[in-house]
Design a protein around this ligand. Structure first.
Ligand SMILES: *Cc1c(COP(=O)(O)O)cnc(C)c1O
Length: 371
């Protein structure tokens, strides 16, 4: 499969070969217990839904193909990230987190991990990174949400490994079509499948991929015992949505390119960030490391009120958090506690026509400026 193109792989990933009479897209299997042989449970058959589900296995096989490592699905990105943290870290360990990454991970670390006597040090995604000496786990996020800074994963992984640390990369924004952290030297790729991977704004999902069988088994055991299991229906929806990942990303990137170019010359807009924009601080490392740039843009309007005016004036941009969906959405991140300017907007480009978005942005910004 690896010699095939992205769209071909997305259509086929994880699905069993077809025999005459088979549905092309097998439906979900709903089960809590499964019927057992009279002699009792034997390994290799499905026994109970927390450990076994064929629909979940199809999704996991699909993501495993795309990420290049054994994969476990979780009911949310946070469930996947907390599984990594809780299986790798022990009391007395040190965790390195991005200072500009997903805020819920920092909150989890400063509350539940601090209670377990796990120390947290923060580093900005773009660096400079402090010494990795004494660090047990380095969690990177690239591109970071919401800063959109990009880190050279291979370079950090090499330095962190030399100091004896494990490296996990949050691959949510990039998706496995944008980059494969395991190929770049990371031990773990972890992500929210709620965003572009499933991409229809209708489910929550997370996953973890790892190369090491020991890490994978440890996290699988954690999942079965802690009980963080995605439903068969959500797993099925996610696998179904995965078929169009390449198509969706292509249009999102196209729209991001058009909008980032437009916004970067607009007088009311400052600090436009898109790693695909020549001149962006992350352009060089992103161009070298990533196979495609996601459709997420950061930009800043003069105030929170200006953002509200823009959203009221726009006909196509939906005010919503999350990103990577079919609709173009805008999120003023400061309202959630991100360390951003009041007028900072994270824009998630949808799959609408670029010309329609450009016309809408142009008139909505003009209207909001005239008020
Ligand atoms: C959304 C997000 C998460 C958390 O995922 P959920 O599915 O909402 O639990 C983690 N990391 C990043 C970068 C995210 O954007």
């Amino acid at each position: 499969m690896s010699s095939l193109g992205d769209s071909t792989r997305c259509v086929h990933a994880g699905l069993p070969p077809l025999s005459p009479g088979d549905p092309l897209q097998p439906g979900p299997v709903f089960a809590a217990p499964y019927a057992l042989p009279a002699e009792g449970y034997e390994p290799g058959i499905d026994g109970y839904g927390r450990g076994d589900n064929p629909t979940r296995r199809v999704l996991e096989a699909a993501i495993a193909e795309l990420e290049g490592g054994d994969t476990l699905a979780f009911p949310s990105g946070q469930a996947a990230i907390s599984a990594v943290l809780m299986t790798v870290l022990r009391p007395g360990d040190t965790l390195m987190l991005p200072s500009d990454g997903y805020y819920n991970v920092r909150t989890f670390a400063s509350s539940f991990l601090a209670d377990l006597d796990i120390r947290v040090v923060e580093a900005p995604t773009a660096g400079p990174y402090p010494s990795f000496d004494g660090v047990r786990l380095v969690l990177l996020e690239s591109p970071a949400n919401p800063s959109l800074d990009v880190v050279d994963i291979a370079q950090v992984a090499e330095a962190a490994h030399a100091a004896g640390a494990l490296v996990a990369v949050d691959n949510t924004a990039a998706t496995p079509l944008g980059q494969r952290p395991l190929d770049l030297g990371a031990d773990i790729s972890v992500a929210s499948g709620t965003k572009a991977l499933s991409g229809h704004s209708d489910l929550l999902l997370g996953y973890v991929s790892a190369l090491s069988p020991a890490l994978y088994e440890h996290m699988a055991s954690w999942r079965t015992l802690a009980g963080a299991i995605p439903s068969p229906f959500d797993a099925w929806l996610a696998r179904r949505s995965l078929s169009t990942l390449d198509l969706r990303l292509r249009q999102q990137t196209l729209n991001a390119s058009a909008l980032a170019t437009f916004l970067s010359t607009h007088p009311a807009v400052s600090n436009v960030r898109w790693p695909g924009l020549p001149g962006d601080p992350s352009f060089e490392v992103a161009s070298r490391q990533m196979r495609r740039i996601p459709g997420i843009i950061g930009f800043t309007l003069p105030s929170a009120a200006a953002v509200a005016e823009f959203l009221r004036a726009s006909r196509l941009v939906v005010a919503a958090t999350s990103f990577g969906g079919l609709h173009t959405t805008a999120d003023r991140r400061e309202q959630w506690g991100d360390r951003t300017a009041p007028g900072f907007v994270r824009l998630s480009c949808g799959i609408e026509d670029a010309d329609d978005l450009l016309a809408d942005f142009s008139s909505a910004l003009a209207l909001s400026l005239s008020r």
